[in-house]
Design a protein around this ligand. Structure first.
Ligand code: NAG
Length: 400
């Protein structure tokens, strides 16, 4: 990959330097200083090849890279692997701070980053695609990769995520006929095909087996809480497989009840079914239920959204969660080799008018979310770490 390229350039520069040094006088001290200085310069980033974020890995090491499911576990390159992940959404963090937040997530002990992809950010007008600045998802994924973090990506098309209209672009409403979201309505599916046709090919070089960080790709989002159009789910799966091939793990995430799983996923080996549930619930009966929806041996227990805090609506008090309680709930999952993704590791900010609205405790009470998406998470909206929380959480998985 790129490292190879860099090495080659550096050693090229170094051998030139050595040749130059040979021509120099026999004064060893000056020679030493000169060579040291020039070698130092050669390693300065200015002299290194410019990183291109739209990297296509020219020397793919596909030989040993494999992320898969067997014996009810995840396996990375033939070793059992436990996902201890966390959500960090690139679109909720200023790009200047991406690396800082990822490093903090890594310091927290996380090995995987999960993120949504909001359609509305990337296609603000029909056919107008944006993949720069806040929307430079490839740059974000490359930063994850740079720091050895794996990625679980959730490209929707519906994402929920307290994002305006769950990520659907507002221009849907200017269309006649108006597409019927989250269904097998042909007008809607045509738009999805075009959007994913632009998005998913970007992920191909970034898939784990192709040398990148992406280990899993989610289809829809808690669909079982909304509908039960299996034709729609099958359509999305076929579309994703067409772009991404047959090796990457596709997954669904649904609330940990029989009803939501029945509606939101497909039984058997077509797709891996993961669950999410409140921190007050006993995880293991839910993981047992999860098994019924996966093929035998293909059900590693995974809580794809382990809530470290909660969202806050306008007019409500800021969410506050008890760190000891939440950390103990996490430990229950991790100590028996279960996997979990902290939602959120770092919440960030709903910039502009992108914050969504949803119901609170009272189902009839539909309210906008705050601009802040702090989420009472371990890494605060400001980027500060909540030392106490982090200590509580780290206790839970430091022995693993
Ligand atoms: C967890 O995994 C380890 C290592 O593979 C294994 O020895 C242990 O028995 C597993 N524990 C449980 C509770 O499954």
């Amino acid at each position: 990959m790129r490292i190879g390229l860099k090495k080659k350039t550096t050693s090229g520069a170094a051998s030139k330097l050595l040749a130059m040094a040979k021509k120099l006088s026999s004064k060893p001290t000056i020679l030493f200083i000169f060579v040291s200085f020039m070698l130092f310069c050669a390693f300065l980033p200015v002299f290194a090849p410019l990183p291109s974020f739209s990297s296509h890995h020219s020397h793919r090491n596909t030989v040993n890279r494999k992320f898969e499911i067997a014996n009810d576990r995840f396996w990375k390159d033939g070793e059992p692997f436990q996902i201890i992940g966390g959500d960090v959404h690139y679109f909720r963090v200023h790009p200047e701070y991406w690396e800082d937040r990822l490093l903090k997530a890594k310091a927290l002990g996380l090995n995987t980053i999960q993120t949504y992809v909001p359609w509305s950010l990337h296609e603000p007008a029909p056919g107008k695609l944006v993949f720069e600045g806040f929307a430079n998802i490839e740059a974000f994924l490359n930063l994850c990769h740079k720091h050895g973090l794996l990625v679980m990506i959730r490209p929707g098309p519906y994402i929920c995520g307290e994002w305006d209209w769950g990520g659907f672009p507002g221009w849907f409403y200017s269309m006649i006929p108006t597409p019927k979201p989250r269904s097998s309505d042909p007008t809607y599916l045509q738009l999805v095909e075009r959007w994913w046709g632009n998005l998913l090919p970007k992920f191909v070089p970034l898939l784990y087996e192709n040398g990148g960080p992406i280990i899993m790709v989610q289809i829809e989002n808690e669909y079982g809480s909304y509908g039960d159009d299996k034709e729609y789910l099958h359509h999305l799966i076929t579309l994703a497989r067409g772009h991404l091939g047959h090796d990457v793990i596709l997954y669904t995430t649904d609330g940990g009840t029989r009803e939501t799983l029945e509606k939101g996923t497909i039984r058997g080996d077509t797709i891996f079914s993961a669950v999410d549930f409140g921190t007050g619930e006993d995880p293991w009966p839910i993981f047992k239920l999860q098994k019924e929806f996966n093929a035998p041996g293909k059900s590693p227990p995974l809580s794809a959204e382990f809530y470290t805090g909660w969202l806050t609506h306008w007019g409500e008090k800021n969410a506050q969660t008890d760190a000891d309680f939440t950390a103990a709930a996490l430990e229950k999952i991790l100590q028996k080799n279960g996997s979990a993704v902290l939602y959120m590791a770092h919440g960030g900010t709903n910039f502009g008018f992108y914050y969504g609205a949803n119901t609170g405790v009272d189902e009839a009470d539909y309210k906008p979310d705050l601009t802040s998406y702090d989420y009472d998470a371990l890494i605060r909206e400001s980027g500060d770490v909540d030392e106490f929380k982090i200590q509580c959480y780290s206790k839970g998985y430091s022995q693993i």
